[in-house]
Design a binder for this molecule. Structure first.
Ligand code: GBH
Length: 493
């Protein structure tokens, strides 16, 4: 029985693990032993990641913090939205969420137990500027100061996202939110303030999380806050204003952060995968990748909208002063990529665009969430396309993970072997990328713990740790052991 080889000693001092009866592999134990036993070579010995590769987990403020009325925080568009009837599938909200605001010390220990050396979290704009603009609320930053001190005391490097969709409601009311460039400017002021106060400890900032989702879901079909259903031209303007907000924030961080502060976006790029890996299909996938991200990464990195994008937008194209494009394409230090799923499988075609997007057959599998189709090769192609198309030298995978049904077994453990299957395959593809020289410097697993999954409420669990939302108790799932092993070996376990 392999389980006899599991040693609990090494991790027994860490709260939660041994007490909860989690199977614990000690680093360097079992794989080589298994090899000896079977006479097979231990092929995994060669599947390492580059030295210094950074392993972390990711969360966002509204999804975990709770404490929505504490210490002067103002309301966000997600508070308003979640408290509007019919918006959240389980009729929940994130008023308390995982109670991270009060349990952050315990949560840092959860990270430490994984051996993770980095943590991506987001700062709640409405804690720092309850009205979006104007007088800052010092108690808002106090919370992040406490969190940063705790991370630093535990050897975990902070990566802070400035905006993960929780816009101050006041800006929605006053300016119409991202429909107005006044919000882009307010975002820059907020970024400047945060950089001034936190860049002594935060060396890496992400500007905006996933413009590519905030635009269509928040402003197109109304599935996310602020729940708008804008016209094509309205959507184009929101997209442009977000890109402008990103660029202004980059400049604000340069102007107000300490020397050496690094900044980039965290984008869920529309992922285009060659259906079959031939040179023609790979080229077609690159063309598709550039075109389908024209309003996001392409404009940020090239400083203009593509011809095809403008032709397609026609009269609905965004209106802006020419200098916006220079701001939007302000030089950045890295690209953050959230990679979950293949958006398109691409086949080369003899048409004007040069590619065909294969329709997904009804039989294509999905994980617990129906949108989350497993396609591990996305983890290879997305960073490779980004590095190749725009000569990007530093990439972080800012999110990757899956939800699962995550029912505890009779012994109380969540044996989430579906999540482990998913992660193992994606990480194998990530290792393929790094071994070929694609410059991915780190990986942030979504998510540290179960949390408020936006319009899916608490019905989709993405965590390595299960959260009992009644008691707020955190319990490691089997995938937490998988991730800890992967980090300890710096290779897919
Ligand atoms: C990321 O979004 C987010 O950054 C993070 O906050 C979130 O918790 C995590 O991933 C997991 O979802 O039901 O067909 O309308 C990923 C982008 C946006 C993908 C919402 C799923 C709903 C698709 N997600 N989208 S659909």
């Amino acid at each position: 029985m392999p389980s006899k080889r599991f040693s609990r000693r090494q991790f027994s001092s860490i709260a939660g693990w041994s007490a909860l009866g989690m199977p614990v592999l000690s680093a360097g134990s079992s794989l080589a032993d298994l090899g000896k036993e079977t006479g097979l070579p231990n092929r995994r010995a060669f599947s390492g990641f580059p030295t210094g590769f950074l392993w972390g987990t990711a969360t966002s403020a509204y999804q975990i913090e709770g404490a929505i009325n504490e210490d002067g925080r103002g309301p966000s568009i997600w508070d308003r939205f979640a408290h509007t009837r019919g918006t959240i599938s389980d009729h929940s909200n994130a008023d308390t969420a995982t109670d991270h605001y009060y349990r952050y010390r315990e949560d840092v220990q959860l990270m430490k137990a994984l051996g993770a050396k980095a943590y991506r979290f987001s700062i709640a704009w409405p804690r720092v500027f309850p009205e979006g603009v104007g007088t800052p609320n010092p108690k808002g930053l106090d919370f992040y100061n406490r969190l940063l001190d705790e991370l630093s005391a535990n050897g975990i490097e902070p990566f802070a996202t400035l905006y993960h969709w929780d816009l101050p409601q006041a800006l929605q009311d006053r300016f119409g939110g991202w429909t107005s460039r006044d919000t882009s400017k307010a975002f820059a002021d907020y970024a400047a303030h945060v950089a001034k106060h936190l860049s002594d400890r935060v060396k890496h900032f992400f500007t905006i999380n996933e413009c590519s989702r905030h635009v269509p879901l928040g402003h197109g079909n109304g599935a996310d806050a602020p729940g708008l259903k804008l016209s094509h031209s309205g959507l184009h303007q929101v997209r442009h204003n977000l890109a402008l907000g990103h660029g202004l924030a980059v400049q604000a961080i340069r102007a107000h952060g300490r020397a050496g502060t690094r900044v980039g976006p965290a984008e869920n790029a529309v992922s285009c995968i060659p259906a079959i890996e031939t040179p023609e299909n790979i080229r077609a996938a690159e063309i598709a990748m550039r075109e389908l991200n024209a309003g996001y990464l392409t404009v940020m990195l090239e400083g203009k909208y593509t011809d095809a994008f403008l032709t397609q937008a026609g009269n609905d194209a965004p209106k802006y002063p020419a200098e916006d494009l220079r701001i939007i394409s302000s030089p950045i230090d890295f690209i953050g990529l959230n990679v979950y799923t293949p958006d398109h499988y691409v086949v080369a075609a003899d048409n004007e665009r040069g590619f065909t997007l294969a329709p997904f057959p009804a039989s294509f599998p999905h994980m617990n969430a129906t949108w989350l189709r497993p396609g591990p090769e996305a983890m290879y192609w997305v960073p490779r396309h980004v590095a190749k198309l725009w000569n990007v030298k530093s990439i972080y995978i800012t999110e990757n993970g899956t939800s699962g049904s995550d029912q505890p077994a009779a012994d109380g453990t969540v044996y989430d072997v579906d999540r482990i299957m998913y992660l193992r395959n994606y990480l194998t593809q990530l290792q393929r990328a790094t071994s070929e020289g694609v410059p991915v410097l780190g990986y942030f697993l979504w998510s540290l713990m179960d949390n408020f999954e936006w319009s899916d409420g608490y019905e989709q669990r993405f965590g390595l740790y299960r959260v009992d939302f009644d008691t707020k108790r955190r319990t490691p799932k089997l995938s937490a052991s998988f991730y800890r092993e992967t980090i300890a070996r710096n290779a897919v376990a």
